[in-house]
Design a binder for this molecule. Structure first.
Ligand code: SF4
Ligand code: SF4
Ligand code: SF4
Length: 425
């Protein structure tokens, strides 16, 4: 059965109990789990969480705020799933658990706000995003962020947890997507709900590189959030609705849908499972099969001689987001694409097997564990001392940049590989 489509709470509980029964308790996932590494207790491990979910779903124990906290501490990074010999579908289990848990447990104010906002602005009332985007854009340009008094005031509120992730508004030249031209080769760009606001340099770099390769690049303006934030906060129905909207937005032709953030791509490639056994099953399958991570797409392209004009030598530390490693797969394409420039040295981060702590809204809702994981990345970056760090997910990029700033290492920045390559054009 597809537990995401109009199933009762009892159906979901049954699914959770059956899924948990597949766990043979071997413990192979424990060393792959970031929260087990930092907290070192069973209830912060995948095996412990599966046991808790099963016990709650079967009514053997009732949940409490303490138990709920353990389950909320999960980053949904799915490292455990990749390591599991019994193929326990942990990622699906935790999303579904959060759907049934939200009706019974007192959640933190921040988490409740994130959940309500994601449902409202990202999925149901998308018009709300317009004033939010406008406000953020004006704020980024206003200069108020540099005023010391403002920084001090912000620190006394929880707003600083959001604010520190807003990048400086620097745009490296605007590439205009050519929605109307008729080149033979065409691609769509999935920019997500915030890509054009907080990751405009990557959107522009992607557009320029693709156009230089002869592609007609299309960005549908009616596209909505992928649904990652809402589903990881337990809101299934709005996630299904946003998925159906995206199916319509990209339905005009069958050219590839390239996503520039692996966090978004994970859920786009999951639409076929999310909408299984529904009237949209066939369209969702076609959509998910068309959704391709952009470095994977470009690494297979022939770049003609002279495509890259700069000969600047760079050492690039490469961060592999868990959404790339554990869900989308083939993280090596990031290295392959960077090497197309002909003059870079790529060095993987030592800690590429664990999450950086960004994990969607986790960096805001669970700052303590998030900070511990971030520090591991910052220490790794300092061991390499690269010219720049590359990462294929905007959430990780913002999170690691904030860590570099806080550790007073502002000379090294984290960028998407396409933004790095754009400097070689
Ligand atoms: S690796 Fe899989 S089967 Fe083994 S304890 Fe972890 S979830 Fe259970
Ligand atoms: S998804 Fe990640 S954080 Fe959650 S239990 Fe699995 S490995 Fe641990
Ligand atoms: S992953 Fe995040 S940024 Fe990308 S579309 Fe989904 S919610 Fe928006």
């Amino acid at each position: 059965m597809n537990p995401f489509i109009e199933k009762s709470q009892d159906d979901i509980k049954k699914y959770l109990i059956e899924s948990a029964d597949h766990c043979v308790k071997c413990g192979l996932c424990l060393q792959e789990c970031p929260t087990y590494k930092t907290e070192n207790i069973e209830s912060e491990s995948p095996r412990g969480r599966i046991a808790l979910i099963s016990a709650i779903a079967s009514g053997k124990i009732s949940s409490s705020n303490k138990v709920e906290r353990r389950l909320e501490n999960c980053l949904c990074c799915r490292s455990c799933e990749a390591a599991c010999p019994a193929q326990v579908k942990y990622g699906t289990m935790i999303d579904l658990y959060r759907n049934i848990a939200k009706s019974t447990i007192n959640r933190s104010i921040t988490r409740n706000f994130i959940e309500k906002f994601s449902i409202l602005a990202l999925t149901e009332k998308t018009w709300l995003l317009k004033p939010v985007r406008l406000f953020i854009s004006l704020y980024q340009r206003s200069g108020i962020r540099k005023i010391e008094l403002w920084k001090k005031i912000l620190k006394t509120t929880t707003l600083h947890r959001f604010e520190k992730y807003l990048p400086e508004k620097k745009c490296s030249g605007t590439a205009i997507a050519d929605n109307k031209t008729t080149n033979i080769k065409s691609v769509w760009l999935f920019t997500g709900c915030m890509g054009e606001l907080i990751d405009i340099n990557t959107v522009n770099s992607a557009t320029k590189i693709l156009q230089k390769l002869g592609y007609n690049v299309k960005i549908p303006h009616g596209q909505s959030c992928c649904g990652a934030i809402s589903i990881h906060n337990g809101a299934i129905k709005p996630t299904v609705e946003t998925a159906i909207n995206n199916l319509k937005q990209f339905a005009n032709d069958d050219s590839p849908i390239l996503f520039i953030a692996t966090g978004c791509g994970t859920i786009l490639q999951e639409y076929k499972n999310l909408l299984r056994e529904s009237e949209n099953e066939e369209n969702a399958k076609i959509f998910s099969d068309r959704a391709i991570e952009i470095t994977s797409f470009l690494s297979k392209e022939e770049f003609p001689d002279g495509f890259f004009t700069s000969k600047k030598k760079l050492t690039i530390a490469v961060h592999e987001p868990c959404s790339h490693r554990n869900s989308i797969g083939s993280p090596e394409t990031q290295y392959e694409l960077l090497k197309k420039s002909g003059c870079v040295k790529t060095v993987p981060l030592n800690s590429n097997n664990i999450c950086c702590g960004a994990a969607g809204t986790y960096m805001i809702t669970n700052p303590e564990i998030s900070k511990k994981l971030l520090q591991i990345k910052i220490d790794d970056i300092c061991d390499i001392m690269p010219d720049v760090v590359s990462s294929t997910n905007i959430g990780c990029i913002l999170h690691m940049n904030s860590g570099l700033q806080e550790n007073s290492i502002p000379k090294i920045t984290v960028k998407h590989p396409l933004e790095i390559l754009n400097n070689y054009l």
